[in-house]
Structure formats: structure tokens, C-alpha cells
Design a protein around this ligand. Sequence first.
Ligand SMILES: N[C@H](CCC[C@H](N)C(=O)O)C(=O)O
Length: 285
Amino acid sequence: MQFTKMQGCGNDYIYINCLKEEVKNPSELAVKLSDRHFGIGGDGIVLIEPSDRADFFMSMYNADGSRAEMCGNAIRCVGKYVYERHMTDKTKLSIDTLAGIKFLELKLAGNTDDDRQVSYVTVNMGNPILEPEMIPVLSKKDVVIQEEIMIDHITYQITCVSMGNPHAVVFVDDVKSLNLEEIGPKFEHHDLFPRRINTEFIQVVDKNHIIMRVWERGSGETLACGTGACASVVAGLLEKRLEEHVTVELIGGSLEIFYDQTTNIVYMTGPAVEVFTGVIDESIC
Ligand SMILES: N[C@H](CCC[C@H](N)C(=O)O)C(=O)O
């Protein structure tokens, strides 16, 4: 089975073209291939599939085999993948996901028409979701903003936002000092979150610049999280800490997020990089 390794800000996945390949058990395959010693290594797998209502469909599975509704860093790479392989000639295209159809605009690197290299992608990430039952998070409030949560005898304040997948955003003074290996799983598996949670830890540099670390549901600490960056900007505006245009500085790179409050749409712009291609031995699949 052919695969392509790609990364967006260091958030790396194994991509499989399911218009050509058949994946029988994606959840099991995600665990095997994501292993950085016995497999290819990655934060999960991404399947590119046909769609009858968009140009393509993107399925995404975390490293623990759990399926996620949406993945911001991966959808940029899917746009790059299908355009550079002539699976589409559109630079404005639609990708359907479990979080609905997302609209992409591909930025080409080259100066000539026949150079199909995509460097950056802008994604319309749709509307943020704040209703607790839609995130989901157990709360009697209408919106979960700066709610207290106790982890290891320390009180944190969370603001919860869904971008199709669930996020808890925590503003802190210094992200470097956090022991995510210790506290990350305790947020992820906390009883407040019926479907677990992605947790973003944010240090505000100024109203248009934050530093973010993330403990992802199903993958642990990753070098970047696109949906998490979007959720963090929305949370920052709800908490009156940020403005609409924010540079999100992550371990693996930076994303430009614009939350257009007049239309209630979040836009994400960032890189998409192809690292290598390969063949998976049938014995693994
Ligand atoms: N771990 C996430 C999926 C990947 C999201 C992230 N890598 C992104 O770029 O948005 C979840 O279970 O909801």
C-alpha cells in the first residue's frame, strides 16, 4: 500500500489515497503506522476518499486509533496532496469531513502556471461551537468561559470551544513550565468531557500573538494543532484577551488565525509540507 508522509507545522500524519487503496481497519492501521519505532511514525493517519457533495472527503484517525471529526493541519495537506497529484485542477476546493464541508484556497509557490507546488493553504474552518452539549462538556452554563477545573490540586480556568472537535483552552503565564506529560492526560480523560478533550495551553504575548502548546485527544503532545489554534483565538476573544487576527506560535511553526466576528467564521492559514512517500508492507496492513 502506497502512503505519503506530510506535516503541517510539525503535526505529522500518514496519508493514504483511498481512491486507489483500500483500508479495511483504519483504526487498527492508525495505531500500527503511527508508532515511531515499529511503524512509519506519526500523529495518526489521514484517508483521502471520494465525496458526492464535495471535491473529496477527509477521514482522520489519531495515533490511538480514535477517529476525530476534523483536523486543521491535515486538511491543508490534503489540499496540497490532491492538487499536486492532478486529482483536481482547482485552487479553491471543498473537502467534506465529519465536521461538515470545509473550503480551502491553495497558495502556489511557483511563478509559472505549470508549477503546481502548493506552499500555504487558507481554510474556512466554519463557525465555532460554544453550546456545552455540542462540544461536549458537562456544564449547566450556556457557554463555558473561565470555568474552574482542578488537576493535581491546582485550579485552572478552561474556556471550551468546538471546531467540530472538542477543545478546552487554558491561559497560563508560562507554557514552557508546564509538565504536559503529567497534566495532559488528566485533562483529556477528565469526567467533564464525555468524548475526551483536546487541551490548549496559551501564553499571551500581545493581542495579536500567542504561544501555544497542546495535549491532543488521542495523540498526546503534538507540535501543532490547527483546530486548537482556532479554538484558542475564539476563547481569547471571549475572554477579551485577543483581537480578531492572531499569529499562533507553536513548537512546529506558526499559524495565522482570523476570527471574523461579523460572519462568525474562523479562517486558518498555514503551511503544508510533503516529507516522503513509501510503500507499506502488506503484512502490516
Ligand atoms: N486530536 C484531534 C484531531 C487532530 C486535530 C489537530 N491535529 C489539528 O490540526 O486540528 C481530536 O481528536 O479531536
